[in-house]
Ligand binder design. Structure first.
Ligand code: N01
Length: 560
């Protein structure tokens, strides 16, 4: 009998955490430190979430490694030495494994176990999870650390299953050392994953065909090895850097704070700053001016600059044109960073297929058939993204007393209060889910902020003799409206990005992410907690929760 059965019998678990990526691992650390009995369930054979699955060539973070790392432990950040400006997937996976080992978290993480259903009992005030291993466990609280980009999506193309060569999805890549030398490789998609993989696949392939539907903007990453002096200075400055990241617009202390609108300066001044940002590399380009993602004309100046760069990099001017985005504003879809991406199209063994002009009609046994041509392939790579933001949650049958499911509740799009909980699903917490800044920020501070908030909340419930928390739906509706209002101030809702909800039954969709500043959002969450959890409904069910002890509502005291 699995040992969880025993846990279930005693109902001794306080918290079920789903997912052992960066969010789940930190939730275990934090909640355990607060004295809760926690168990983490992870579908994969290892920890790391995104960084466990995305082993495709070139997989690398586009946030600088010294910022894409936990800040909760001074010892940890002083000990760990990042080797590159942007850490590659293997190094990030080593890091998260190190954290698990250092804090002895493994015993409470159950790998190779997918949570299939989660049912809340109103009467007992317990969540019961059933796993794909047939285990049944109950706990008072659930923390969904399921990730925003964890369910790979395949292209909706006829005949995909009939291809007889090898097929891979970037988000389910089998091994870092997969050898594709000498193969004829097709890549469907030109998002962040493809943009990183294409230059390296091109080096291996006999012939590489890239099937592009929408071109994306790609900033040069300018990755480099980190000098020891840089690390020493960063480590000395970590307290200030972490604080600045938490108060910043996107959780990044290393991005500059724009001072002026793009249209307030002369063309030559603007071009000079764009050149500087292009040379510096990475997403900091978007911080050049205050109005780049709010004003169409300002945005156009940056679009034109990048179009010019693509023209200088790609020898064939027609290919350069095809690679230049014309259907969306810069920053309205998540921009990509890459190394030698545009230059790769100068190689003799790389062919760009514009599927807007020559659509794929079907996948056949031997390759990809477009209206005009058959592209024979040995390997087909789907770089077609994810069932983003809610995909992993939707794959779990989540309900209250076998009643309305979360999928039914969210049929017209996910609604939450502060991105932390959704009304009608008590004691059920989300980490970096819909309604929060989520993937618009640096995920590491976003994860730490959510987990810390949840930890403080559970501590508060326990010390106040409470055991149930739900959302007041009026606050949730107001939050959805606030999300829309914030998004409407920007160009983001105007794109067809994977995070923009499509209208259902003609009803306008609400924007599923908080577009305002991460620092403002963090303050709002803190204020809600300090005011006694405004907008949440706290109560006690049953009689097992009478031991009211004096507890601190001061976040810093709780999180020591
Ligand atoms: O996925 P995507 P991704 N025919 O959804 C195309 C994060 N990330 O895995 O745009 C042809 O962006 C689709 O075309 P279109 C990051 O947040 C971060 O690349 O729908 N093409 C698109 O080009 C990122 O935003 C890092 O027209 C089809 C592509 O597939 C997110 O993950 C690295 C098609 C999907 O792109 C997702 O990135 C990697 C079809 N039928 C990922 N269907 C870093 O940190 C889909 N497509 C650097």
């Amino acid at each position: 009998m699995p040992d969880n059965q025993q846990i279930d019998n005693g109902k001794s678990l306080d918290v079920i955490v789903v997912g052992a990526g960066f969010a789940g691992v930190y939730a275990l650390y934090r909640l355990r430190k607060l004295g809760f009995n926690v168990r983490v369930y992870e579908a994969g054979g290892g920890v790391g979430g995104t960084w466990f699955w995305n082993k495709y060539p070139g997989a690398r973070c586009d946030v600088e490694s010294t910022e894409y790392s936990y800040s909760f432990s001074e010892d940890l950040q002083q000990e760990w030495n990042w080797t590159e400006r942007y850490a590659g997937q293997p190094e990030i996976l080593n890091y998260i494994n190190h954290v698990v080992e250092r804090y002895k978290l493994s015993p409470d993480i159950q790998l190779n176990t997918r949570v299939a259903s989660l049912v809340y009992s109103e009467k007992d005030n317990y969540w019961t999870a059933t796993t794909d291993q047939g285990e049944v466990v109950s706990a008072r609280y659930c923390v969904m650390a399921t990730g925003n980009l964890s369910v790979p999506k395949l292209a909706n193309i006829k005949g995909l299953e009939s291809f007889t060569g090898d097929t891979y999805h970037t988000g389910l890549w089998p091994s870092n050392s997969l050898d594709l030398r000498g193969k004829r490789i097709g890549v469907i998609g030109t998002g962040s994953s493809a943009i990183q993989a294409i230059p390296l696949l091109a080096e291996q392939a006999e012939q590489l065909y890239v099937f592009q539907r929408s071109p994306n903007y790609c900033f040069p990453a300018r990755n480099r090895m980190l000098e020891p002096e840089y690390l020493t200075t960063t480590k000395a400055n970590y307290p200030a850097l972490r604080k600045a990241a938490r108060n910043s617009a996107s959780g990044n202390a290393l991005y500059s704070i724009p001072e002026k609108p793009a249209l307030s300066v002369s063309t030559s001044e603007r071009e000079a700053l764009y050149e500087e940002r292009w040379a510096g590399g990475g997403l900091n380009f978007l911080r050049a001016y205050t109005d780049l993602v709010t004003n169409k004309d300002a945005n156009k100046t940056a679009q034109d600059f990048i179009a010019g760069k693509i023209l200088t990099k790609v020898q064939d001017k027609a290919i350069a044109q095809t690679l230049t985005p014309k259907d969306h504003y810069l920053g309205s879809r998540r921009p990509c960073t890459g190394t030698n991406y545009y230059e790769t199209y100068n190689r003799n063994n790389v062919t760009l297929v514009d599927v807007r002009k020559d659509p794929i009609t079907q996948i056949v046994a031997k390759g990809v058939q477009t209206e005009k041509e058959l592209y024979p392939l040995d390997v087909l790579v789907s770089a077609t993204g994810f069932e983003a933001i809610t995909g992993a949650l939707k794959n779990i049958a989540i309900s209250v007393d076998q009643g309305q499911t979360l999928n039914q509740t969210w049929a017209a799009g996910p609604k939450t209060y502060l991105g932390l909980m959704t009304a009608g699903f008590p004691n059920f917490f989300l980490v970096t889910g819909p309604g929060s800044p989520s993937i618009l920020t640096n995920m590491l501070p976003a994860i730490e902020q959510h987990v810390d908030w949840i930890g403080c909340c559970l501590h508060h419930l326990r010390t106040q003799g409470l055991n149930r928390i739900d959302v007041d739906i009026t606050y949730q509706d107001d939050w959805a409206q606030h999300l829309n209002e914030q998004a409407a101030k920007t160009l983001l809702p105007l794109s067809s990005a994977w995070y923009v909800n499509t209208p259902v039954d003609g009803e306008p969709a609400w924007f599923p992410l908080y577009v305002g500043s991460f620092g403002v959002y963090t303050d709002k969450c803190d204020q809600v907690a300090a005011d006694g959890y405004t907008g949440f409904v706290l109560s006690t069910v049953g009689s097992d929760c009478t031991n009211r002890t004096l507890g601190s509502l001061v976040k810093e005291a709780v999180l020591q």
